[in-house]
Write a protein that binds this ligand. Structure first.
Ligand code: WTA
Length: 652
């Protein structure tokens, strides 16, 4: 009965709901109609150099103009050659020159409830001072600065200060272990470490400096460490190596001209976990990245000067780099930034802050949305969320049921939702609705942004027909693309450019429907192959989550003698007993929703799923567990080891 192996993936998901933008929203939007979108899209596709060349001249400040828009050399791409610009100048000086010095750049709230606001002029002065501090410690253009800090304004200040003097930042999420910091520091040959005494998380203090002390014992290239005082916990300072942030700042001049930097000067490295072994340091450079984040922020969030925009990510992830710091600030936006947990002191913290600050745009992750649903609607209903006008998601596919909850409970049915598909490697958003133009469909990231040319290929590299899943590739270079893997260009070529020569391999599967809408189906490695039918994890999971008792689900394949693979689903429930009856009911539910083929063979109830520190389900570990093996491979990105232990039965 098995089908010939073509590499195609069978789609079993049917979602017909559509949500067009309101006429009021469209009337004020930057891109207010599909005609305008099609026009921009055609221009960027047909004449990318003309299109991006014009955008770059208009949107960025140039100390020296570029001479060529794009150059390709094998799998290496350069943009805006011979031009000189500075990302920190574009985010700060340019806005002040445009008369926005007194506009709030960052409105910040700490977990204990303390708040601060920094105008563009104040941020400029802090960044200039800290740039002088870094120079004073011997940091020069091209040196790597490792940042392991809480979500405070100083984290953004540190990033912008590096950008100002051409230092390359490597931000490491402040939840990683000492070993993970040391690995990244050594790979990058970081020269200076930035950290804080501690940070607040769910009312407790996490002692960051202690972790850094341990990391620095194993980071021989790091000679200096700057420590921000945040939590006032005791720390030990190593004389000659460690300095207090406030001591150095007290002495620093607040004038530091932005250094004219080559368009292709490295702006940052950001480590992302490979599926096996060593984390990869994704490289992004100056001009192309800046342009991509600036344009996509304005298009996708339809940013307007009066908006109070909140992205709930941490600056330790690409979402924080591109859509807390560089994209919004280069547009002159006011960014709300929050330090702590979503459920401290109570599970209504997000809604309470949106209500109190009257925030207008919320950009968050599906994993957070599923947690809010599980915590109960009463926390949301206590607050007035009518200030919101736009919602966004990123990081994983959003299950249609979670999308509908977000739409109704948070957006009051009136806010467009932008489901943004992109990756650390792509620098910024690649596919997303344009909120004033696109009719959205729950679960679809809809259509590619101007300049993004996706293709979906089967394993013989042929384009697949509509509604067939296959490998998602990008067929045309774009300014925000990664430039390489730090110290390992061979791995870069091998990983991203060798499967389909000349095309960027995203590593995700997707299908496109008859309206030209894209549906991400999960990672290529996660496909489940049942009797020759290749099924998408996201589709099986969405069917499970559409049952009211299910909070979250993760589907994986396990070896099966007859079918090749059987489907195992790990399920966490809300407000229901995990029972045999529920198990049988869930199987019936999937059969009804998507058909017999996708009915899980095993359903395992669990309190929580193993996730990365950025909230993605680690299906790789679950595959091992479903197959009855010890979970192997890299677990350094796992957020909570006790979840894995429980699933493996180590605790019984
Ligand atoms: C997944 C995050 C479905 C996808 C910006 C991608 C998504 C990986 C979406 C990149 C989405 C991200 N719908 N899947 N809207 N957004 N992904 O590098 O598998 O942390 O390849 O970048 O997340 O994750 P990364």
């Amino acid at each position: 009965m098995s089908k010939p192996e073509t590499g195609q993936i069978d789609s079993v998901m049917q979602e017909d709901r559509q949500f067009p933008p309101s006429t009021e929203f469209s009337a004020k939007a930057h891109i207010g109609s599909m005609d305008k979108y099609h026009d921009l899209y055609a221009k960027a596709k047909d004449d990318p150099e003309g299109f991006w060349g014009d955008c770059a001249k208009e949107e960025l400040h140039w100390f020296e103009p570029f001479q060529q828009v794009m150059k390709q050399d094998g799998s290496e791409y350069s943009w805006f050659l011979e031009g000189k610009t500075n990302v920190s100048y574009n985010c700060l000086d340019a806005n002040i020159e445009a008369g926005h010095g007194n506009r709030t750049a960052i409105l910040w709230e700490g977990e204990p409830g303390d708040t601060r606001a920094l105008t563009y002029s104040e941020l400029h002065s802090e960044v200039s001072k800290f740039a002088n501090v870094l120079r004073g410690l011997g940091v020069a253009s091209g040196d790597v600065v490792s940042i392991y800090m809480p979500m405070t304004p100083e984290l953004a200040i540190a990033m912008l200060a590096c950008a100002r003097i051409g230092a390359v930042h490597s931000v490491i999420f402040a939840g990683f272990s000492a070993g993970a910091i040391a690995d990244r520091n050594n790979d990058a040959e970081a020269k200076v470490q930035l950290t804080s005494d501690g940070l607040f998380r769910r009312g407790k203090i996490l002692p960051l400096k202690e972790t850094v002390d341990e990391a620095l014992e194993k980071s021989p290239t790091v000679g200096k460490c700057i420590v921000l005082r945040r939590a006032e916990n005791e720390v030990s300072m190593v004389p000659g190596r460690d300095f207090w942030w406030h001591d150095l700042m007290a002495e620093a001049a607040d004038v530091c001209a932005a250094e004219p930097l080559d368009s292709e000067a490295d702006l940052f490295i950001l480590y992302t976990s490979g599926s096996t072994g060593k984390p990869k340091g994704i490289r992004h450079t100056t001009a192309g990245y800046n342009l991509w984040t600036k344009m996509t922020f304005r298009w996708v969030f339809d940013w307007q000067p009066e908006d109070l925009y909140w992205c709930t990510a941490d600056c330790g992830w690409i979402t924080g780099h591109s859509y807390i710091v560089y994209g919004p600030l280069s547009n002159g936006a006011t960014v709300f930034m929050y330090e702590g947990a979503p459920n401290h002191p109570e599970p209504d913290r997000f809604w309470e802050m949106i209500d109190r600050h009257k925030l207008t745009i919320l950009y968050t992750a599906p994993t957070a949305i599923r947690a809010f649903i599980k915590w109960g609607d009463e926390h949301v209903e206590k607050h007035d969320l009518s200030s919101l006008r736009l919602l966004g998601t990123v990081g994983e596919g959003i299950n249609p049921e979670a999308w509908m909850w977000y739409h109704e409970k948070i957006g009051y049915g009136k806010c467009p939702i932008v489901d943004t598909w992109w990756q650390t490697e792509t620098g910024g958003i690649m596919m997303s609705p344009l909120p004033g133009a696109t009719s959205t469909k729950p679960g679809s990231c809809t259509t590619p942004l101007p300049g993004v040319v996706p293709v979906i290929l089967d394993e013989s590299l042929q384009p697949v027909p509509a509604n067939q899943g296959g490998m998602l590739c990008i067929d045309q270079p774009w300014p925000g693309m990664l430039r390489g893997i730090w110290g390992d260009q061979d791995r870069y070529v091998d990983q991203y450019w060798s499967t389909a020569p000349g095309k960027y391999l995203t590593g995700d599967n997707a299908r496109v429907d008859h309206d030209g809408y894209y549906w991400i189906m999960g990672r290529i490695d996660d496909v489940i192959n049942v009797s020759g039918h290749r099924l998408s994890t996201i589709e099986v999971e969405s069917a499970m989550v559409s049952h009211p008792a299910v909070a979250e689900a993760a589907a994986v394949g396990r070896p099966d003698e007859i079918k090749g693979q059987a489907i195992a689903v790990f399920v966490s429930v809300k407000g229901a007993e995990a029972s045999e009856d529920l198990r049988a009911e869930l199987k019936r539910h999937v059969r009804k929703e998507i058909g017999a083929l996708a009915v899980p063979d095993d359903i395992r109830f669990t309190e929580a799923l193993p996730k990365t520190r950025s909230g993605k389900i680690m299906r790789r570990l679950l595959r091992d567990i479903a197959a009855g093996k010890e979970a192997a491979g890299d677990t350094s990105t796992l957020e909570d080891f006790s979840v894995l232990a429980k699933l493996q039965g180590d605790e019984e």
